[in-house]
Design a protein around this ligand. Structure first.
Ligand code: ADP
Ligand code: ZN
Ligand code: ZN
Length: 790
């Protein structure tokens, strides 16, 4: 008998052992039974004798693959992730595999003996005449009975025969379509909103079209009303979307590299073929892409594989286009619109070595690329590299670890590097390469900071910004306006009694969306009709909080009625292909003002944009988080960088109530090193990253009283924890209620641990988990290197 560690897709702290007479390679899928449930696991380390005596080991039921699906390097990475992020090795393994390879398991049983003993009569009665029966259905029929136990025993004793079927769950993407049933209705016979909607629908002069085509102008409830009247029907249609087939010009861009770019390439290639992390710091528009491309090419020419991470494919269409033109045939683009089947095919092509270059968001770091030579993480500072559910990894940090394991070179690129990476560079761990200027003598934009404090406190737009926009409209140049808040207003409050309209699940004030007359909670996503009168006092008058993109759009339309405005935020992004549309319309100059949230802050490169306005820079500054200044600096710098990217000189206006804040001043000068110096000294004094490591344990429960009792107890015990460490080795914050004390009906507390080293963090967490025995009714999650402490 051999014994194997088996990694299961569940979050456990200790892996399980199973046995088998077979020699099974590491990294193949096996079928095992866990708590009487069939599960797919990944085969891990093999032992020649039982790892722990006196245990009855369960048999591995079936070996599903001939060859490992996870190679030894990725396996090491999964083990590291399991340990570092406190997820199980299994959750890390399963995050690496395409969903198609993790099928549903259907167990079916059939009676094979003629005589059924009395003890199984109840089970037998639940069967339909002589047929095989799904175990899941038997469980439904016999609720509350020990069905799994019976099935297991009866199978062992030879009365039942058990068969398992694996069925991949490919959920095809669907889009809602409108089908016109009745073409003869007179719109004038309908209430006004329905009338408008029907006119729009008839005007399409198509029998069927995607609902999204009118969802901007018509609310869903109105469409639904038409459906109820039998005039139209709404139905889902399967689509196989080729979302990112951007119209490539087909032409490779030919640029003559400037001196700085040449130098960066030479310096980086000096370390070719070995693990080394490089930080490529280049101001916005300095041409980092042109540095990546020759380095990638030199690896591919040697038959090596390259992984290129970007924060979000949809937000960086120009980058994708550039890579398609350059590396078309051997390029795999991994994006969220792929169906499970397409994802599997792509995964297989990468594993076979047919695609030597993968470009994708954070999970692309797990591509089964053979002979990996180079990993690039573009915009390495981006928060979206962090996965906010289990496994809670940061794609950039995993990239560095994968580079180390595979002895591959790693390049982290950004105009606004994370302070962690900057600090590593200062300590000499990473090598720094700088691009300090824009090619072709293109100048950095002129930046003006406008204080909203005195003259404009009631206004959304300062005179400076208004006249700058007018000037661009006259000259037929384009404007980008940035407001990092979607919706109409950030809150709705009763004028009479001060009641805030809050989400009943989360106890957080909800956003007001005027176009849908809806309140939406931006945390749980639930929506409610906006109240006509105050639920508390019945008054009809409300004030609305600081403006979101929708309100900015409305004001813009009043101020500049002649301007063609396009709004891009996660509300409008639901419209199919909005990016593509935005992209084309910006290029063709069909848009005068592009207005959006952080979705427009990166990667866009439009030569005709000569003005960027930041409507309110304080939104990110006011977030109660130690990274607020860093975020604000990044956003302002990145957005400002969208201006003046060609021969026309650019201008940037930043509106703020904090005109003297260092983050805003350094951003206005695009001075990252200056900002980093100042921010690092704050961080050092407060024991924050990068000087200290951070971890957070979040405790959640639907029962507030129970949670408080537990937390009181924990806080008593945690006091002792500090004494077991040398002075200054760890700092504890809490347990205290998290800034969002209730979300999705769960009450939330957290304990934040700052540790001088990873080891001290680990020791502290282990002590909390092992010694203080958290009640099983409280759900806790551990987040290592959290990017948010909300
Ligand atoms: P960023 O550093 O902001 O990512 P990009 O790589 O997007 O900058 O480059 C900005 C623009 O400058 C692009 O249009 C790119 O084609 C152009 N560019 C980059 N390097 C050169 C060069 N050496 N000569 C001419 N144009 C260049
Ligand atoms: Zn009221
Ligand atoms: Zn909510």
């Amino acid at each position: 008998m051999f014994y194997y560690e088996i990694y299961l897709p569940i979050n456990i702290l200790k892996e399980f052992y199973y046995c088998s007479p077979l020699e099974i390679p590491e990294g193949v899928r096996v079928l095992v039974s866990f708590n009487r449930k069939d599960m797919i696991g990944i085969c891990g380390t093999r032992f020649e004798s039982a790892p722990e005596k006196d245990i009855r080991y369960k048999q591995i039921i079936e070996v599903l693959d001939q060859q490992p699906l996870i190679d030894s390097q990725l396996m090491s990475l999964a083990k590291w992730m399991g340990e570092y992020y406190y997820c199980s090795t299994g959750t890390a393994c399963f995050a690496m595999l395409p969903a198609w390879l993790i099928p549903d398991i259907q167990a079916e049983v059939r009676w094979v003996a003629d005589n059924i003993p009395e003890k199984y009569k109840e089970l037998a009665n639940a069967f339909s005449e002589g047929q095989a029966q799904k175990v899941s259905e038997l469980r439904k029929k016999l609720k509350g009975k020990p069905v799994l136990q019976w099935v297991e025993k009866a199978t062992e004793e030879g009365y039942l025969e058990l068969n398992r079927k694996l069925s991949p769950k490919d959920k095809p993407k669907t889009v809602n379509y409108i089908h016109i049933i009745d073409k003869t209705v007179d719109p004038n016979s309908l209430p006004s909103k329905q009338k408008e909607a029907l006119q729009l629908i008839y005007a399409k002069s198509k029998e069927e079209f995607p609902l999204a085509e009118i969802s901007r102008d018509v609310s869903y409830s109105v469409v639904h009303a038409l459906e109820r009247k039998g005039i139209i029907s709404i139905f889902p249609r399967k689509i196989e979307r080729e979302f990112f087939r951007f119209e490539t010009s087909g032409l490779k861009k030919v640029v003559t590299l400037n001196e700085e770019q040449e130098r960066a390439i030479q310096e980086i290639l000096q370390h070719k073929g070995h693990f080394q992390v490089h930080l490529l710091y280049g101001i916005t528009g300095s041409g980092k892409t042109e540095v990546y491309i020759p380095i990638i090419r030199s690896y591919i020419q040697e038959g090596k594989g390259v992984i290129f991470l970007i924060p979000e494919i949809a937000l960086t269409p120009q980058m994708v286009e550039r890579f398609q033109a350059e590396f078309g045939d051997i390029l795999a683009i991994s994006h969220s619109q792929l169906s499970d089947r397409q994802r599997l095919e792509q995964w297989q092509r990468i594993a076979k070595g047919e695609c030597r270059l993968v470009i994708g968001a954070r999970s692309a770091i797990f591509s089964p690329m053979p002979n990996l030579g180079l990993i690039i993480v573009d915009e390495e500072h981006e928060q979206s590299y962090k996965q906010e559910n289990n496994p809670r990894y940061n794609g950039r940090d995993v990239a560095v670890m994968r580079g180390k394991i595979s002895d591959a070179q790693v390049i982290l690129g950004s105009a606004t590097p994370s302070l962690e990476s900057w600090y590593n560079q200062k300590k000499g761990k990473y090598l720094l390469h700088c691009l300090n200027s824009r090619p072709l003598d293109i100048k950095l934009p002129q930046v003006q900071i406008v204080s909203l404090c005195e003259d404009y406190s009631q206004q959304m737009f300062s005179d400076e910004l208004i006249s700058a926009i007018s000037f661009r409209l006259e000259r037929k140049e384009q404007v980008i306006l940035f407001q990092n808040r979607r919706g109409f207003s950030s809150y709705m409050q009763c004028l009479k009694c001060g009641e805030l309209i809050k989400c009943p699940n989360c106890d957080i004030s909800m956003y007001y969306h005027r176009d849908r007359e809806e309140m939406q909670c931006h945390y749980c996503g639930n929506t409610y009709p906006s109240p006509r009168k105050c639920p508390q006092c019945g008054s009809y008058s409300f004030v609305y909080g600081s403006p979101g993109t929708q309100k900015v759009e409305q004001t813009l339309r009043i101020l500049f009625p002649q301007a063609r405005i396009l709004r891009l935020d996660s509300d409008s992004a639901r419209q199919q292909d909005i990016y593509k549309i935005m992209f084309r319309r910006m290029k063709d100059k069909e848009v005068d003002i592009l207005l959006g949230t952080q979705m427009i802050s990166k990667g866009l490169d439009f030569p005709e944009v000569t003005l960027v306005g930041i409507v309110n820079a304080d939104i990110s500054l006011n977030i109660p988080d130690f990274r607020a200044a860093e975020r604000t600096f990044q956003l302002c710098t990145q957005v400002a960088g969208r201006s003046g990217r060609a021969d026309k000189e650019g201008e940037v206006i930043i509106q703020t109530y904090n005109p003297r804040h260092y983050a805003i001043i350094y951003a206005s000068k695009q001075d990252f090193p200056g900002f980093a110096e100042e921010e690092l000294s704050h961080r050092r004094h407060l024991y924050y990253p990068p000087y200290y490591r951070l971890a957070r344990i979040l405790f959640q429960s639907a029962d507030n009283n129970l949670l408080q009792e537990e937390m009181d107890e924990l806080s008593q015990k945690v006091k002792n924890l500090l004494n077991t460490f040398p002075q200054g080795e760890i700092f504890l914050l809490g347990p205290v209620p998290a800034p969002f004390t209730k979300m999705k009906n769960l009450y939330r507390w957290h304990l934040i641990i700052k540790g001088r080293t990873t080891q001290s963090i680990k020791k502290a967490i282990n002590t909390v988990l092992n010694e203080y025995k958290i009640s099983s009714t409280i759900h806790y999650t551990i987040d290592i290197d959290p990017t948010t402490l909300m």
